[in-house]
Write a protein that binds this ligand. Structure first.
Ligand code: GDP
Ligand code: MG
Length: 193
């Protein structure tokens, strides 16, 4: 962006500031069917017009304003793209932050989330990466298998944030991504001091 300086003598060559070029890579993890792609579509502003397409994976790019500051997020929904070990390892390495999703209607997906948290810790041992544990499908009250308390207790043990969402109702999805941005900023700030 920039005006074409007619008087070149006092034009300033501006390089884009670091804050402007900052893109946060956020990776979705979690068992099949928990709602990763649904959350990604809500985030990306994609209208899921009722079709349950069997997606193979995708990346969403969006800027959001959090605390009056712009943040660009590259959201990777590629965890299930193929079953290669290479991709899984790549996922564990590439993220600036992670969203580990389970379904509150599926206990085994909750247990899987713990496993993923452990794997992630192992892959990124010395780093203090932001992680949010997400209990999705909170709208399905009658088939709930994991309580809010169990979810938040697990997050305490694993030293990460916790939120329940409903991709279907778009409930808490905005909060989730704002939370991710805040966490990334917090860790960045504490590193710089
Ligand atoms: P993924 O395998 O983790 O990517 O899960 P999907 O996003 O494909 O969702 C799996 C199924 O759960 C689909 O039928 C979605 O419509 C449904 N689903 C996803 N999120 C929610 C939610 O918050 N509430 C309800 N009721 N269904 C959901
Ligand atoms: Mg999916």
């Amino acid at each position: 962006r920039g005006s074409c300086a007619s008087d070149s003598s006092d034009s300033v060559i501006s390089t884009s500031s670091e804050a402007e070029s900052q893109v946060y890579k956020v990776v979705l993890l979690g068992e099949h069917g928990v709602g990763k792609s649904s959350l990604a579509r809500v985030f990306g502003g994609v209208d899921d017009a009722g079709h349950d397409c069997d997606e193979t994976g995708n990346t969403y790019d969006r800027s959001i304003v959090v605390d009056e500051e712009d943040a660009s997020i590259l959201l990777y929904d590629i965890w299930e793209q193929d079953n290669s070990q290479w991709l899984k390892e790549q996922c564990m390495r590439m993220g600036d932050a992670y969203i580990i999703v389970y379904s509150v209607t599926d206990k085994s997906s909750f247990e899987k989330a713990s496993e993923l948290r452990i794997q992630l810790r192992r892959a990124r041992q010395s780093e203090n990466i932001p992680i949010i544990l997400v209990g999705n499908k909170s709208d399905l009250v009658r088939s709930r298998e994991v309580s809010v308390d169990e979810g938040s207790a697990c997050a305490v043990v694993f030293d990460c944030k916790f939120i329940e969402t409903s991709a279907s109702l778009h409930h808490n999805v905005q909060d989730l991504f704002e939370g991710i941005v805040r966490q990334i900023r917090l860790r960045k700030d504490s590193k710089e001091e």
